[in-house]
Design a protein around this ligand. Structure first.
Ligand code: NI
Length: 204
């Protein structure tokens, strides 16, 4: 495991730890339903409002997707393998939902806005699914949304390819509810069928 991989794993572990705290927080809130005041301060939140630009160049915000589940993945179009794999899993899961597929909006948010312009996204996302939307933005907009989702990303030198640089980034698929709130996450290695089954479970 090289230094980059360790960094990514560290970031993944931190996210998992935060999610653990979040889940523990939710469980403790549920079990303490009585008259006791709900103490939730300090519980890490996953997700939040964002304003970005879609692959058509239009400004979009999280509020535009209210009423739909959002399936969100952060990555970059130059990514040789991890991102394409996860985007295939995500879009495969949505397709596997059949009649319920329209209730889910898959979103790919770039962590490399310098190269992933709306035009680049417009040629990239349809390779996976006509349902997939590709979101980019200013450095500040991307930094803000990544922070809300506890996504780690960092430029890394890339001598092995013609690209100037690569991006190290955490690789987690997030499921947000129709109210925009965090529901669950899927680690790398989740199959499309398993992802679809879990999403279906939330639809009740
Ligand atoms: Ni990637």
């Amino acid at each position: 495991m090289d230094k980059r991989q360790s960094l990514i794993w560290m970031a993944v572990l931190i996210v998992l730890a935060l999610l653990g705290l979040l889940i523990a927080g939710l469980i403790s809130e549920k079990s303490a339903q009585a008259p006791a005041p709900v103490v939730s301060s300090g519980t890490p939140q996953v997700g939040g409002p964002f304003t970005l630009t879609d692959e058509k160049g239009a400004t979009v915000s999280d509020a535009d997707f209210r009423g739909k589940y959002m399936l969100i993945y952060f990555g970059f179009t130059f990514c040789p393998d991890v991102c394409p794999t996860e985007l295939q899993v995500m879009t495969g899961a949505v397709d596997a939902l059949g009649a319920d597929a329209d209730k889910v909006q898959p979103l790919f948010i770039t962590v490399d806005p310098a190269r992933d312009t709306a035009d680049v996204m417009a040629t990239y996302v349809p390779q996976f699914s006509p349902r997939l939307k590709g979101l980019t933005g200013s450095d500040a907009q991307i930094a803000a949304v990544a922070k809300e989702f506890h996504v780690f990303y960092e430029k890394a030198p890339d001598d092995s390819s013609s690209a100037d640089y690569s991006m190290d980034h955490s690789s987690i698929v997030y499921l947000m509810g129709p109210d925009g709130k965090f529901l669950t996450f899927f680690p790398p290695g989740t199959t499309p069928d398993a992802m679809a089954a879990k999403i279906k479970g939330f639809m009740g």
